[in-house]
Design a protein around this ligand. Structure first.
Ligand code: NAD
Length: 484
């Protein structure tokens, strides 16, 4: 068994298959975005690894499904307790691995993993079969676990996002093979030490590490897979979606966003500016970030004055430091992608108002950047950058604001600032996005549906919506009076 020391904690670099750690002969390098330090040589899964994991998940499935919601919930609750007891360790490793701010990881992000397992354990136990009479029959909806699920997750907030998807799958009675992203694989590996400690039956919950393009096709095209659940980029979703189509396998995808943050003249401008400046947190590597600032013309200057003051207060630095608010980007390739967007915008005539370059400290940091696009068709307005880059456009009327908000192919979230209840209702309903927040941001109720419209995704997770996805809903219909 191969383990390395990361931030003073022992982390396995191997897969977890059939209830034990399994290595691969090939490995890939995992470096810290903070200073490029080599953190681990991680097992590089291949088609044989995928086969082994799917065999384990397939073998474990009947007993896990038969255990029923209460039996499964007991395992999920045990895992949640272990996560709570290990928040700091996981946060310290994830901070080195992904460079998310350590204090956010410790205060809320990792603990959300425990909340995910608890919430789905409780929801699955509380589920009541729908029963009704019609046409002289009793109808009953059965929620039957669907089989092994493959869950593929991205590099941002890797621990939290993987638990968000695997918790409902396990609670619903699926067995799971999780494939985390290769740029931040370590906190998910720590999860499987806890899965082991919680005593999950072997094969119920498996981890395969590796490069997406290498191990992904074997995981997604296998006929044993009954559900495919993906969070990541729109481009990768297209590839996995094709595998889902070939196998006629239900597929859910939580994808990127180009989310509007709309500020009306009747809004609390201090609050709006504070939340707008927060969109640079975690270097803007947050799918839900409001990256398109849409501001009512009459308050543009008043908003910008407050916004710039807030952005001036940002501190680029080591994500382990209390004072830091902007961490480095995940990888040199990603930095090149982000700066490529800004350079193309500059060349195309968009105005770079602030930032637009790497700071003098070097490394993988990028300055918080604001762009006034030359047109709504500018690439930087229409495509997800996934970095600390915002655009600002103005509008004169509510209709214009709504039209701009809905003018991209994405629809993950919308953020609206207004003091009017009627406008909150009107605009909140008019914006086409999976989640619209009014006068707040990132407040989540785990029972609410979550997902995207258009290029932002397919299907809904959250609450019963996720439990339904991981089940086959079947109707049982019995003729009245025909049985006693
Ligand atoms: P990505 O699509 O590059 O990779 C995501 C995962 O897919 C990784 O585990 C990767 O290894 C795997 N993968 C890559 N190619 C594959 C293939 N051919 N077959 C199977 N798996 C493959 O995305 P990323 O860069 O890791 O993540 C950033 C993206 O994720 C952004 O677009 C962001 O908006 C989005 N995201 C969305 C949400 C949401 O909830 N909607 C949350 C977080 C991130």
């Amino acid at each position: 068994m191969t383990r390395v020391d990361v931030a003073g904690h022992s982390v396995s670099t191997e897969h977890y298959i059939g209830g034990r750690r399994v290595g691969s002969a090939q490995t890939f390098e995992d470096r810290s975005p903070i200073d490029g330090t080599l953190l681990a040589e991680v097992s590089r899964g291949d088609a044989a690894t995928a086969d082994q994991a799917l065999a384990a998940a397939t073998e474990a499935f009947p007993a896990w499904a038969a255990l029923g919601p209460e039996g499964r919930a007991a395992h999920l609750h045990r895992l949640a307790e272990l996560i709570d007891a290990n928040v700091d360790r996981i946060a310290e490793v994830e901070c080195l691995d992904m460079a998310m701010l350590e204090r956010s990881l410790k205060a809320r992000v990792i603990g959300r993993g425990a909340r995910n397992f608890r919430a789905y354990a409780d929801l699955s136990v509380a589920y009541a079969e729908r029963v009704w009479e019609s046409n002289g029959t009793v109808n009953r909806v059965l929620r039957r676990p669907s089989g092994p699920a493959v869950v593929i997750t991205p590099w941002n907030a890797p621990f939290m996002l993987s638990t968000w998807k695997t918790a409902p799958a396990l609670a619903a009675g699926c067995t799971v093979v999780l494939k985390p992203a290769e740029w931040s694989p370590l906190s998910c590996s720590m999860l499987f030490d806890l899965v082991d400690e919680a005593g999950f039956p072997p094969g119920v919950f498996n981890l395969v590490q590796g490069i997406g393009e290498e191990v992904g096709p074997a995981l997604t095209a296998d006929p044993r897979v009954r559900r495919l659940s993906f969070t990541g980029s729109t481009d990768t979703a297209r590839i996995i979606g094709r595998a889902a189509a070939d196998g006629i396998v239900p597929f859910t995808a939580e994808l990127g966003g180009k989310n509007p943050l709309v500020v009306f003249a009747d809004a609390d401008l201090d609050l709006a500016a504070q939340k707008a400046a927060l969109q640079y947190d975690d270097a803007g590597q947050v799918c839900l970030s409001g990256t398109r600032l849409l501001v009512e013309e009459s308050v543009r200057d008043a908003f910008l004055e407050r916004f710039h003051a807030r952005v001036d207060a940002h501190v680029l630095g080591d994500p382990r430091d209390e004072a830091t608010t902007i961490s480095p980007l995940i990888h040199a390739d990603h930095l090149a992608r982000v700066s490529g967007f800004v350079e193309r915008a500059r060349a195309a005539g968009d105005e770079i108002v602030r930032g637009g370059r790497q700071p003098v400290i070097g490394g993988l940091w990028y300055e918080p950047t604001l762009v006034y696009p030359a047109s709504n068709e500018s690439e930087i307005v229409q495509h997800e950058v996934f970095g600390p880059v915002l655009t600002l456009q103005t509008f004169a009327t509510e209709d214009e604001a709504i039209a701009l908000a809905n003018s991209t192919r994405y629809g993950l979230s919308g953020i609206v600032f207004t003091g009017s209840a009627e406008r909150a209702e009107r605009v909140g309903r008019a914006i086409r996005a999976g989640t619209v927040w009014v006068n707040c941001f990132l407040v989540r109720d785990l029972t609410a549906p979550f997902g995207g419209v258009g290029w932002s995704g397919i299907g809904r997770e959250g609450g019963d919506y996720a439990l339904d996805f991981y089940a086959d809903l079947e109707t049982l219909q019995i003729l009245d009076g025909s049985v006693s």
